[in-house]
Write a protein that binds this ligand. Sequence first.
Ligand code: COA
Length: 157
Amino acid sequence: MSAPRLVDLEEDDLDWMAASELTLFGRSAWSGTLIRDDWRYGGSRYRAVRLVGELVAYAVYGFEGEAFHLMNLAVLPEHRRHGLARLLMDDFLEQANELGAADAWLEVAVDNEAALALYRAYGFEDVRVRRKYYQPEGTDALVMRLALRPEGESAAD
Ligand SMILES: CC(C)(COP(=O)(O)OP(=O)(O)OC[C@H]1O[C@@H](n2cnc3c(N)ncnc32)[C@H](O)[C@@H]1OP(=O)(O)O)[C@@H](O)C(=O)NCCC(=O)NCCS
């Protein structure tokens, strides 16, 4: 069994990501245009997991203003519960630490039990609810934060 490998998503992979988004998130999916524009100009990190040559999971993260943010994370259904989200979360947090972020942020649908369990396992804590954040369904999002450094300590300390 070959080991999963973390890779950067290349421009040629963006159609795969857009198709995956549509299958996984339906009407809330990131569109191909949004993905392509953000990949080119947004300054976000587009990461993925390759398993036996196939892309099977992806994540997008980067700074939104001052805050280091997990903007997207998904594992294809047939590859879930094998630790692939953990690989991407470890990569996300490693990157946050390397860049000196004080904390890491994300939003998750309040009814997404798998993702909530994953983020809580990493120590993310509830900050607030954003009403009707996910459109067009109007599902609420929970904003979660993980402190990466003790309060008041700067990256240079
Ligand atoms: C949430 C998601 C990314 C998890 O991916 P995964 O590769 O299956 O997760 P992992 O195997 O790395 O699991 C890590 C931990 O997360 C938690 N977890 C993951 N799936 C879970 C589930 N269905 N139920 C309960 N806990 C779950 C567990 O704590 C798990 O650790 P364990 O396997 O040792 O118990 C995946 O279910 C997914 O892609 N869902 C659809 C897209 C999505 O909701 N993305 C998040 C948007 S905010």
